[in-house]
Write a protein that binds this ligand. Structure first.
Ligand code: IMP
Length: 429
């Protein structure tokens, strides 16, 4: 059975965690394929909130296999904290959680470099999460990275660390005017993590392919969103991984033909954290309304998210680069009580109307969003359990989104709880 990929279609924080948790009922295996603890997936199950940063959002379903793929970067301290939190929430992890031994490890110098680089950029800072994500992926590309498998082999780890610290300390001291890191301290700390991570380490490639061959349903869970993709996002205001559906291929070890469908998650309005262009941003009371009603504060950093109207120019580009087959709409309940709702359907660029999302940042910074206005609804839809139970104005808004993006809405999420989910079409059919 082929795999399905769940991707964020905006700038992250679309509600992928809730959606992956929901669709895990139809899955046997859930694999996270990119990013690190820059992500924050909030799950609300049985009235209890669990925030995950690395462990796949299927973990609260007893018996389902959860895998962290090679395309991720792991901060062992954060990962182990999460292991403890998930265990405390009652989940058993033995024989259920597996971590690719070729995933790269976030080291203390990555976090120091992340902060020092942001300081160096000054007013051009990216607004990173400060978790060392960029420097860890840079080390992977530069072939300086340490992988989980290296960490688990004490002799290999010590040799790599000794060699790398010489280089990294030179950079810390000479370039960033920071004190050097002590080999013994880092080594002891990380070898302590190694002992606790060893039971979860695995070669995940045969594991995932065996599941597919056996007809099991595999769901690949992306982190962040399309516009934060290193290649197709709003570079340089992006993260350092492949956040697109294609990231599931390299970040797990799948071939394109192994993927049957791509489920694109779309928040009913747009949010963004950190710096960078955001054409439909609302710097007024409407933006404030969305932030407060939608509780738009980062699950990882607590930063207030920038808010704006839905941007279908951006979403059409996201549908293209991901090969989206179905949409899941999240948080339309937040829009309730607005008299009218705006959707951006085109941009004006240098006096000309365009339907294309500019790849070049300087052009994107100049676009003026062109809006269509639709009637809002006054009803609270957070208790609706069927498509027909939704107000006509809400259905019209969702249908217009389908039309503008060119993909069917499979699921509408009307609140954070598992039960607050309306299934319209089976996305796995
Ligand atoms: P980094 O991933 O920490 O390097 O941050 C790069 C950019 O991506 C910053 O603008 C972050 O705010 C943004 N970012 C990273 N992870 C997330 C996420 O999970 N949700 C939303 N934005 C994110």
């Amino acid at each position: 059975m082929p795999a399905f990929v769940v991707v964020g279609m905006q700038w992250g924080d679309e509600g992928k965690g809730k959606v992956v948790d929901y669709v895990t009922r139809y899955a046997d295996v859930v694999v996270r394929h990119n990013g690190g603890n820059n992500a924050g997936h909030t799950l609300m199950v049985g009235g209890k909130q669990t925030i995950l940063h690395l462990i796949p959002s299927g973990i609260l379903h007893e018996g389902k296999i959860c895998i962290i793929g090679n395309g991720t970067v792991l901060d062992p301290a954060v990962l182990l904290e999460e292991v403890d939190a998930v265990r405390a929430a009652g989940a058993r992890l033995e024989g259920r959680l597996f971590i690719s031994e070729t995933a790269h490890i976030i080291m203390p110098y990555h976090k120091l470099f992340d902060k020092a680089q942001e300081k160096f950029r000054g007013k051009n800072r990216l607004g990173t999460t400060g978790r060392g994500i960029g420097p860890a992926y840079a080390d992977k590309a530069e072939r300086f990275g340490i992988r989980l498998g290296d960490l688990l082999d004490t002799a290999v780890f010590k040799a790599k660390l000794a060699n790398l610290l010489e280089y990294k300390n030179l950079m810390l001291e000479k370039l960033f005017d920071e004190p050097p890191l002590c080999f013994d301290t880092v080594c002891d700390e990380y070898l302590g993590y190694a002992d606790r991570l060893r039971p979860f380490a695995a070669d995940i490639v045969p594991m995932v392919h065996e599941a597919l061959r056996a007809g099991r349903q595999v769901v690949c869970e992306g982190a962040q969103g399309t516009m934060l993709d290193l290649d197709h996002g709003t570079f340089p205001y992006v993260t350092s991984s492949t956040t697109l559906s294609a990231g599931a291929c390299s970040g797990i070890g799948l071939g394109p033909r192994d993927i049957k469908g791509v489920i694109g998650i779309v928040k009913a309005y747009t949010t963004r954290v950190g710096e960078g262009p955001f054409p439909t941003e609302l710097l007024n009371s409407s933006g404030e309304f969305l932030r407060e009603k939608g509780r738009e504060y980062g699950a990882t950093t607590g930063r207030p998210r920038r808010c704006g109207w839905l941007d279908c120019v951006q979403l059409r580009r996201a549908a293209m680069v991901n090969g989206v087959t179905h949409l899941v709409l999240t948080k339309p309940d937040v829009l309730g009580s607005l008299d009218t709702i705006k959707i951006c359907t085109a941009y004006e660029l240098d006096g000309r109307k365009t339907l294309e999302f500019p790849g070049q940042l300087s052009k994107l910074e100049r676009v003026i969003p062109l809006y269509e206005e639709m009637p809002g609804w006054t009803e609270d839809i957070s208790t609706c359990s069927s498509w027909t139970g939704l107000p006509a104005a809400a259905r019209a808004y969702f249908k217009r989104i389908e039309e503008l993006i060119g993909a069917p809405v499979a699921i509408v999420s009307v609140g954070p709880g598992r039960e607050q989910t309306i299934e319209c079409v089976d996305p796995f059919a």
